[in-house]
Design a protein around this ligand. Structure first.
Ligand code: ZN
Length: 85
């Protein structure tokens, strides 16, 4: 079973559809039973969608900006992560 921390580490790959096979399913399973992580992934997806929308017809958000946003969410998640919960 994936820990919340591991989920956060792979969440952006998941949201961007880069995960396949078992990694993807174990992540989905975790999201199914863990409300906190499912909320986190929903926020992450919303952010990425919003950035994609902003990027349409304009200049793409820089990779640096994306990385900073993702890092901010990771920090948020880590701060809310209680090991063993
Ligand atoms: Zn979790």
């Amino acid at each position: 079973m994936l820990s919340c921390r591991e989920l956060v580490r792979h969440s952006s790959e998941y949201v961007e559809g880069e995960l396949t096979g078992w990694s993807k399913w174990s992540l989905k399973l975790h999201l199914f039973i863990c409300r906190r992580c499912s909320r986190y992934v929903r926020h992450l997806r919303t952010t990425i969608d919003a950035l994609a929308m902003l990027g349409r017809g304009q200049t793409e958000p820089s990779r640096e900006f994306m990385a900073r946003m993702q890092q901010r969410y990771r920090d948020w998640a880590v701060a809310h992560d209680q090991p063993g919960s």
